[in-house]
Design a protein around this ligand. Structure first.
Ligand SMILES: Nc1ncnc2c1ncn2[C@@H]1O[C@H](COP(=O)(O)OP(=O)(O)OP(=O)(O)O)[C@@H](O)[C@H]1O
Ligand SMILES: [Mg+2]
Length: 325
């Protein structure tokens, strides 16, 4: 049997209360194992960035325990930071320097020999498709380019653990793919990743394990496929009732539909003209047969799709992950 992977981050009852007495992180426990990609998922204000900032020693914790590489973050910040790569939510590039200088100046922090710094800067620029922007001023970069430069910069110290707070927010689909490819490459190089995201497809694609947070608390934790299987199901039926009447979708499901739904024992949500039926924990063929027996108004159309993390989030918290998705 292989030995359990080394624990790189260990957080116990980790709590952050800001000066205004707002509790941002409310006693959470988690570990990060070497080589894994752990994702924090949650709506605006859930406490994701606060957790990240405590991890990289920018925000002091109020109480609880937090070790990184087996060292207390409050006692050994320098030793820890030397082994970290950090991508904060806001791009904190130096506007008075070029792309290239931003990388080399950052490298000084790690006391790298100049030759090594130059080599690493070149590799990092190429990795993030910024090779032709080497001499650009920061103000000349697009938002997506700045984001990629912050990620390139995070690799200058050859980090064991990379912390990425919303690495792809604001990037176009192509740039997101560049980032995904790069994050996978970092994994192959043996780096451990912790990221936050609002994008559920990203979380599902990249993360081995997810922690769903809401109001500073962990509400669910697990592997993406397991969370989906357990809380949404392999098949989800989505019926569209928007065209069943001239004046649009009914505000509520017809009583006959509700009664039939109840007899199937399947969980469902009806919102804004869409009826979503979940078959979590049930055999897909049985779910399909049960759905077929539910009387729906004439004009209803439906699609069958696989369960997603969005379904998981909606069912567990009762609200969608983000308003803008
Ligand atoms: N410096 C601060 N001072 C006071 N309150 C803060 C500070 N930073 C964050 N908060 C509060 O802590 C809570 C958690 O914020 P945080 O930035 O950690 O959330 P988040 O999950 O990263 O949100 P988003 O998805 O919008 O980035 C919020 O209520 C926020 O208003
Ligand atoms: Mg944040």
């Amino acid at each position: 049997m292989s030995s359990p992977a080394e624990i790189v981050v260990d957080a116990r009852a980790l709590t952050k209360r800001y000066d205004d007495d707002r509790i941002a992180v409310d006693g959470i426990d988690f570990v990060v194992r070497r080589g894994e990609c752990l994702g924090f998922l949650g709506p605006n204000g859930a406490g994701k960035s606060t957790v990240m900032r405590m991890l990289y020693g920018f925000t002091p914790r109020t109480s609880g325990e937090l070790t990184v590489f087996g060292m207390d973050v409050a006692r050994n910040p320098r030793l820890i930071k030397a082994r970290l790569g950090v991508v904060p939510q806001d791009n904190n590039l130096d506007p008075d320097n070029t792309v290239w200088q931003n990388l080399l100046i950052y490298a000084r922090y790690f006391r790298l020999p100049r030759k090594v710094a130059i080599e690493r800067a070149q590799v990092a620029l190429d990795l993030f498709a910024l090779g032709d922007r080497r001499d650009s001023e920061i103000s000349e970069l697009s938002g997506g380019m700045k984001r990629r430069l912050v990620m390139a910069r995070a690799l200058m110290g050859d980090p064991e653990l990379v912390l990425l707070d919303e690495p792809t927010t604001g990037l176009d689909p192509q740039a997101r793919r560049v980032v995904w490819r790069t994050l996978r490459e970092m994994r192959r190089q043996g780096r451990t990743l912790v990221l936050t995201t609002h994008y559920l497809d990203e979380a599902e694609r990249l993360c081995d394990r997810l922690i769903l947070v809401d109001h500073g608390r962990v509400i669910l934790e697990g592997r993406p496929a397991e969370l989906i299987a357990e809380h949404a199901g392999g098949v989800v039926f989505e019926a569209d009732l928007t065209d069943v009447a001239a004046d649009g979708a009914p505000a509520q499901l017809p009583a006959v539909t509700t009664a039939a739904m109840a007899s199937t024992g399947l969980d469902h949500v009806y919102e804004s003209g869409t009826l979503t039926v979940y078959g979590a924990g049930q055999d897909p063929a049985g779910v399909e047969a049960a759905f077929a027996r539910i009387p729906l108004p004439a004009g209803t159309t439906h699609v069958v799709r696989r369960g997603t993390l969005e379904d998981v989030f909606l069912r567990i918290t009762g609200h969608a992950l983000a308003e803008d998705e």
